[in-house]
Write a protein that binds this ligand. Structure first.
Ligand SMILES: Cc1cc2nc3c(=O)[nH]c(=O)nc-3n(C[C@H](O)[C@H](O)[C@H](O)COP(=O)(O)OP(=O)(O)OC[C@H]3O[C@@H](n4cnc5c(N)ncnc54)[C@H](O)[C@@H]3O)c2cc1C
Length: 287
């Protein structure tokens, strides 16, 4: 059943301050509408429960990619197309560019935003694994001010997150410390393009004299939220990626994920693929 469009309200503020004032004036009544690529699907299906939206697409305060020596900072409205076009991201954060290139088709990449992907909070979303593996931080803004927080821990459960009704996601920043790391990103779906992930795996690792110095491992579509597998990371730190280490790490990963059977895949398949990808990642560290 399609939604009845006149039942919805969409207002277009001129500035971010106006948008935040509206959010603050009636907490919980208004929600941001960015690219609309998630929201329009719900509207079309007659499942868009919320009725009042703030069109933030034109807010320049939420756009742009800026780099300093220590961080690259992306506005929440950064699209997948913009991610792929940025030379610093391509060079230093290739997993984010790969995630962007494998998200939807060209129309979605031109319109869908990183901010929308984060707040939509799908456990099968493709950019959050890369962002978590790169230790991203996010900035929330409201009329009360702004706060930066680690992206890790932001999502607390299925579609649950630490954001107030008066807050908006403004920016995402990545520390520029990837010079000597290996990057490993795989999206496994039914087909190469326009598929929702069955498993999405993103990891970075740094080795020194064949020993794993540090690693961050993130898996999507295997739990209610995209998860960073910290126990698996711990099992690998200061170890050589030999057969015994790999066996222990796979057992740890198996314990940390909690995949389910659904229309896209089975829990068994997801567990097997996630551990296969871990083995493949560790092989790249060994290479
Ligand atoms: C055909 C198709 C294919 C797709 N393929 C993929 C895919 O392969 N991988 C994938 O991960 N996703 C995919 N998506 C989902 C979608 O495109 C992404 O999640 C996209 O990044 C959402 O961004 P948006 O700007 O369109 O969000 P919107 O639809 O505008 O908003 C999504 C949610 O985020 C909130 N929101 C948006 N911006 C902000 C902000 N700045 N602050 C606070 N709240 C905010 C909105 O209120 C809403 O709840 C696909 C969608 C379609 C229709």
């Amino acid at each position: 059943m399609r939604a009845c469009v006149p039942n919805y309200h969409l207002t277009t503020p001129a500035t971010l301050a106006d948008a935040l004032a509206l959010l603050e004036s009636e907490p919980g009544v208004w929600k941001p509408f960015a690219g609309g690529t998630d929201l329009m699907v719900l509207l079309e299906a007659g499942k868009l429960v919320h009725r009042n939206y703030i069109n933030i697409w034109g807010l320049n305060e939420l756009r742009g990619i800026e780099a300093t020596d220590t961080y690259i900072t992306l506005g929440a409205l950064t699209t997948y197309t913009e991610v792929q076009a940025n030379p610093i991201l391509r060079r230093e954060f290739p997993m984010l560019c790969q995630a962007a290139s494998e998200t939807g088709g060209l129309a979605i990449q031109n319109r869908g935003t990183l901010g929308g992907n984060i707040i939509n909070a799908s456990p099968a979303a493709d950019s959050p694994p890369a962002l978590l593996a790169y230790d991203a931080e996010i900035q929330l803004v409201s009329t009360r001010g702004s706060r930066w927080l680690p992206y890790q821990g932001f999502h607390t459960g299925y579609k649950q997150m630490h954001i107030g009704p008066d807050e908006m996601l403004a920016r995402i920043r990545l520390p520029r410390n990837t010079a000597d790391v290996k990057h490993y990103y795989r999206k496994v779906g039914t087909r190469k393009a326009q598929a929702i992930s069955k498993v999405c795996f993103a990891a970075v690792g740094r080795t020194d004299r064949e020993q794993i110095e540090d690693t961050r491992i993130v898996v999507g579509s295997v739990a209610p939220i995209v998860i960073r597998c910290v126990q698996t990371e711990d099992s690998l730190r200061q170890q050589k990626p030999d057969d015994e280490t790999i066996r222990i790490a796979c057992a740890s990963l198996f314990r940390e994920i909690s995949p389910i059977d659904d229309i896209r895949s089975t829990a068994k398949y997801r567990s097997q693929v996630a551990t296969n990808l871990l083995v493949d990642f560790l092989a790249t560290l060994r290479a």
